[in-house]
Write a protein that binds this ligand. Structure first.
Ligand code: ADP
Length: 446
């Protein structure tokens, strides 16, 4: 039985994991860089270990330092959170080699889904619809051109090892193709050390819809419904909703069960998210994330399932505590990502929080590691808080969100709160009428 968990992360997700551990009576070990000595996750943990200097490479990505910290502190499991080492199959493998439990899927599944070509092939074989495109990597420009001609322009050239919205190039017409293809390969080689690329139909105005799944080692896999994460800038999400307003309950039930079945057949363990693009009534699989997602709380709000708790329990060999038939969806939830960024240019903003007031009241949850006086170092992701709001329906949810956003005070750094205040009053957002290009079209985000 897991008695002590080392949390290999920082910020709000480290605090979120800590809370799930405390609820389960599990001891916690925080790791931190020298820039995070006074961070909230360090203060709240039972123990903490400094694993290196500020640069992520030397601290939060420093595998030997993190595994040593787990061994020295007597932890029996490591939770990687998201980002950092969470989708690093070598790390997952090494954790297990040291006799520790990795709170995540098996290393082989992480590696399989980390290769987007393999992921697409796997789910196509298991009967899920995928975006039209090449049947695998295309290493030859003439073959690539033939495929592009066949599926029709515009097309997207994507890196097999891409992630975080990086590693994609669009070719609007045949004339752009050669340059886009060659740039994509070159950039993928430099950024990911792997220049395999594939070609996919570029969908012009899709929505981003993703399904949350969770599976135990007994091959019970369930889905917890979907999230609409269409409000994005630079292919990165800023506002998420559960459920989406475009799927009918029958479609959700059928499609969700199909996904859960596919994941069960793979023998997948733990939480995961299958991402799809939705256009003209069709869903197309694009990738699977093999970790807890930033936006998991909205699913928690509408299902009442503590996903991080379940993730820890299934990693520890337990059976899922509920079945598919017991999953019920109640009301509507929205998450606003509060990034420390300029709300117009999205340039990250580091500094010290000089004043902090957190919203509350019915339906409001804030996941953050903020406090007045805390530092926002320049070295890490700009996500500093998540405002999550639940309502009996979407209308009530939006009203509560408007109220919560207007109460929220974060001074000392720029944040996305002003952008969210505009979004919550935008007629298209109120009507639920948007796709993945909406934000960039309407808010001139770069
Ligand atoms: P990442 O791993 O970088 O998140 P994804 O494959 O999940 O990469 O794509 C990220 C985002 O890029 C999607 O949410 C969508 O906005 C856009 N995108 C990806 N594939 C396509 C496509 N075929 N057509 C149009 N947009 C796409």
């Amino acid at each position: 039985m897991i008695k002590k968990v080392l949390i290999a992360n920082r910020g709000e997700i480290a605090v979120r994991i800590l809370r799930a551990c405390k609820d389960l009576g599990i001891q916690t070990v925080a790791v931190h860089s020298t820039a995070d000595e006074d961070a909230m996750h360090v203060r709240l943990a039972d123990e903490s270990v400094c694993v290196g200097p500020p640069q992520p490479r030397e601290s939060y990505l420093n595998i030997p330092a993190i595994i040593s910290a787990a061994v020295i502190s007597g932890a029996d499991a490591i939770h990687p959170g998201f980002g950092f080492l969470s989708e690093n199959s070598t790390f997952a493998h090494m954790v297990e080699e040291h006799g520790l439990i990795f709170i995540g899927p098996k290393a082989d599944h992480i590696a399989m889904m980390g290769d987007k070509i393999m992921a697409k092939k796997t789910f196509a074989r298991l009967g899920l619809p995928t975006t039209p495109g090449s049947d695998g990597a295309v290493n030859d420009i003439s073959k690539a051109l033939k495929i592009a001609d066949k599926i029709g322009y515009p097309v997207l050239i994507k890196a097999a090892a891409g992630g975080g919205g990086r590693g994609m190039r669009i070719a609007q017409t045949k004339l752009d193709f050669t340059e886009a293809y060659e740039t994509a390969r070159r950039e993928a080689g430099i950024a990911f050390g792997n220049d395999r690329v594939y070609v996919e139909k570029y969908l012009e105005n899709p929505r981003h819809i993703e399904f949350q799944i969770i599976a135990d080692k007994f091959k019970n896999a369930v889905h917890l419904g979907e999230r609409d994460c269409s409000l994005q800038r630079r292919n990165q999400k800023v506002w998420e909703e559960a459920l989406s307003s475009v799927l009918t309950p029958e479609f959700r039930d059928n499609f969700g069960r199909k996904i859960a079945k596919a994941v069960g057949e793979l023998g997948y363990l733990g939480v995961g998210t299958l991402e799809f693009l939705y256009e003209k009534g069709e869903l197309y699989f694009i990738e699977m994330n093999t970790r807890i997602q930033v936006e998991h709380p909205i699913t928690e709000m509408i299902t009442g399932v503590d996903i991080v708790r379940e993730q820890i329990l299934v990693a520890d060999g337990n059976k899922l505590s509920f079945s598919q038939d017991e999953v019920e969806f109640r009301g509507h939830a929205i998450e606003c990502r509060i990034n420390a960024e300029n709300p117009e240019t999205f340039i990250p903003s580091a500094g010290t929080i000089t004043n902090y007031h957190c919203p509350g009241g019915p339906g409001v949850r804030v996941d953050s590691a903020l406090y007045a006086g805390c530092k926002i170092p320049p070295y890490y992701d700009s996500l500093i808080a998540k405002l999550i709001v639940h309502g009996a329906d979407r209308r009530q949810c939006l009203a509560r969100l408007r109220r919560a956003l207007s109460e929220y005070v974060i001074e000392g750094v720029d944040t996305l709160i002003p952008l969210h205040l505009k979004l919550v009053d935008h007629p298209n957002v109120i009507a639920g009428n948007f796709d993945i290009r909406f934000l960039e079209r309407n808010f001139q985000a770069g």
